[in-house]
Design a protein around this ligand. Structure first.
Ligand code: AMP
Length: 328
């Protein structure tokens, strides 16, 4: 015991990172990153992880800041996971901005970066894994219907990242609401020693949910994309006025999106927030969520909104996590 504590108390005994930038150690090997987080925990400190694909913006920064408030050491992973991309051109065009990402991590209070290569994450195959994690039910609808295999890719890499990280809190954005539900579900099903924390969506001043893909929108497309958040607010307002029929709420959202000819709507729906099943009535005590997705120019955008935030304000995000754990 004494040896372990003496060893960890000596910073020179910590695993050596690939390099440092702005004082932040950057690990590119699974072994180095995993050993570094083990050392943190042996030192009696708590670990928060923020899995990302890089091209960090204020949405990612808010996750890192929240993690830094709640955990002793925050590690940010930056890995553009090929197995969750169905469209090769989306993968090829995904922005990669490691240098500025490191500045964002440092400014938001992150203390460590894990930036592995594809070969490090999937050593034996070109960009894939044989032992995959499948979420056939929760991952099949909404985003899953338009992006077959997407959530299996997400679940596989998230389980991998969380297993490498070990016991920790893991921060995910509500922006990717279905992804958050999938992550909660796989963490529960795989009995991972992870506490999943969902964080609110960060928007720009006009209401557009921040996304790494927004940089590929022209200014006209960015303007048109605002119709998505407007549609969500319209749906929520209708419900607040007493509309209890999800079909009417969905129709109103779709009609508003249709006023922007450059926005091709995929779905605008009212679902139960825990299992993402379509709601049959809005007159329910179960938390509901409005979900939407559309293609704007070259980019697929998603957004969502809690239509009754006041009603569930005291439920807390972690309670939502345990409710999600009861999904069938
Ligand atoms: P990504 O790099 O797009 O895979 O996102 C990494 C994490 O940041 C995910 O948990 C996302 O849900 C979260 N995230 C992305 N955009 C936002 C946003 N606008 N607000 C809050 N979280 C976000």
């Amino acid at each position: 015991m004494t040896t372990v504590f003496a060893e960890v108390a000596d910073p020179r005994s910590l695993p050596r990172p690939l390099s440092r930038s702005l004082g932040i150690p950057i690990f590119d090997t699974v072994a180095g990153y995993s050993a570094a987080l083990d050392a943190v925990r042996r030192n009696g400190r708590t670990v928060g992880v923020v899995p990302t694909m890089g091209a960090l913006h204020a949405g990612h920064a808010s996750l890192i800041r929240q993690a830094a408030e709640e955990c002793d050491v925050v590690a940010v992973s930056i890995f553009v996971n090929p197995t969750q991309f169905g469209d090769p051109s989306d993968l090829a065009n995904y922005p990669r901005t490691l240098e500025t990402d490191l500045a964002t991590v440092a400014a938001a209070g992150g203390q460590m970066v894990f930036a592995p290569s594809v070969g490090e994450m999937y050593p034996d195959l070109q960009g894939g894994a044989q032992a995959t994690v499948s979420v056939p039910y929760l991952g099949a609808r909404w985003e899953g219907a338009s992006r077959p295999g997407h959530f299996d890719g997400v679940a596989t890499v998230v389980v991998k990242l969380l297993e490498i990280a070990g016991p920790c809190r893991a921060y995910f954005g509500e922006k990717d609401f279905q992804q958050l539900a999938v992550v909660r579900r796989v963490v529960k099903d795989r009995s991972l020693p992870t506490e999943v924390v969902g964080c609110e969506t960060v928007r720009d001043d006009a209401g557009l949910a921040l996304s790494s893909r927004n940089v590929r929108l022209s200014s006209a497309e960015r303007q048109a994309a605002l119709v998505l958040s407007r549609a969500l607010r319209t749906g929520a307002a209708l419900m607040a006025q007493g509309e209890n029929d999800p079909v009417a709420v969905e129709r109103a959202m779709a009609e508003l999106v249709a006023t922007e000819p450059s926005v091709a709507l995929d779905y605008a729906v009212v679902v139960h927030a825990d299992d993402l099943e379509p709601a049959t009535t809005c007159a329910t005590e179960r938390p509901l969520r409005l979900l939407t997705a559309a293609t704007v120019g070259p980019v697929r955008l998603i957004d969502n909104l809690d239509p009754r935030p006041h009603r569930h304000a005291d439920a807390g995000r972690r309670e939502m996590a345990s409710a999600a754990g009861t999904m069938s």
